[in-house]
Design a binder for this molecule. Structure first.
Ligand code: ZN
Length: 111
């Protein structure tokens, strides 16, 4: 009987010298990255790779070069930038911005 923790792990069999097969544990692929606000799948971000494998990629393969790339989707980025522009132009007060957007709007103002 395998260990209790080994029961639910995904296994594969590898041939070893002597014609025997050895059981190995296989890690699953990592999930796709999601938008921090709307939870939609992000584009241009690697998936199915561990953080160590992602670290070996070139910078441009890790994330697109845009504001909040790898964090927000393009729709949410547009929403945040529009809110930030309204706050900057004093057409809207910062307190009137949606609470879930406030943290991102603050970051846009700094830049
Ligand atoms: Zn989104």
């Amino acid at each position: 009987m395998p260990n209790r923790s080994e029961r639910s792990k995904k296994t594969k069999f590898r041939r070893v010298a002597g014609g025997k097969s050895k059981r190995i544990f296989v890690r699953g692929k990592t999930g796709k990255h999601k938008c921090a606000l709307c939870k939609n799948v992000l584009h241009g971000v690697p998936h199915g790779k561990t953080s160590a494998e992602v670290g070996k990629l070139s910078k441009t393969k890790r994330r697109p070069t845009a504001l909040f790339a790898g964090v927000l989707c393009s729709k949410c980025r547009h929403l945040v930038v529009m809110e930030a522009a309204q706050v900057e132009a004093k057409a809207k007060k910062f307190d009137e911005v949606e609470l879930r957007l406030q943290n991102y709007v603050k970051q846009v103002k700094v830049k």
